[in-house]
Design a protein around this ligand. Structure first.
Ligand code: CO
Length: 218
């Protein structure tokens, strides 16, 4: 490949070297690992997480390649006009038939913090993405503003995860799966940057109550 000498290559060269060592390490333990995995995937989980570099899906649950289907965006949102997230969701539930969907937020989320602040005029696209979170704040404003300020962000992060899990439940894709099979179960978790631990916030399935206005007929 032609080299662009203006781009320092040591950082990416390190990644390529690490990749080689990682691949060799796996092959030394399990010579057929990649060969077998290349044939097909059967992940049981869809993970919808934040893009934050400190919350890598597979790493924090010690999963191997092939175990988790992943979608990540700023502040782990499920926005029902976002075709990126919805196409991942559709493939995960209709084709892969995942058994569990995990929406994973994290304490100290910069996306949530930005949404609870005044908008930065230099980030017009990100502002639009985060506008949905301001709406969640408005929904829980009374409770949030009654909390000490150091607890407000953490509670907001939990409310956001709950809202995103509910957004999943309100899609026709999930309700169709619930009618046809015993799943998937929807989970909302929050990851602690300070301790590396996941906390369960909400779990819902086809038996959970849902407001009539969100139900699809048939
Ligand atoms: Co985040």
């Amino acid at each position: 490949m032609e080299k662009n000498t203006s781009v320092p290559e040591d950082l990416t060269a390190r990644l390529l070297l690490e990749n080689k060592a990682w691949s060799e390490g796996i092959l030394s333990q399990s010579p057929e690992f990649f060969h077998n995995l290349a044939k097909e995937q059967h992940p049981k989980f869809l993970w919808i997480g934040c893009s934050d570099s400190r919350v890598p899906a597979e790493t924090v649950v010690n999963a191997k390649p092939g175990e988790i289907f992943v979608h990540r965006n700023i502040a782990n949102q499920v926005i029902t006009t976002d075709f990126n997230c919805l196409s991942v969701l559709q493939y995960a539930v209709a084709v892969l038939k995942v058994e569990h969907i995990i929406v994973c937020g994290h304490y100290g989320c910069g996306g949530i913090q930005a949404a609870l602040s005044c908008e930065n005029s230099g980030l017009m696209i990100a502002n639009k993405w985060l506008l949905h979170i301001k709406d969640i704040y408005r929904l829980h404003q009374e409770e949030l503003e009654s909390l000490p300020s150091d607890q407000r962000n953490d509670r907001m992060i939990e409310f956001n995860v709950i809202e995103q899990v509910n957004n999943l439940a309100h899609t026709s894709m999930i309700q169709t799966e619930w009618r046809e099979r015993n799943g998937p179960t929807l989970h909302g978790w929050v990851y602690g940057l300070e301790n590396g631990l996941l906390k369960e916030i909400i779990t819902i399935d086809q038996h959970s109550p849902m407001d009539r206005i969100y139900r699809f007929i048939n």
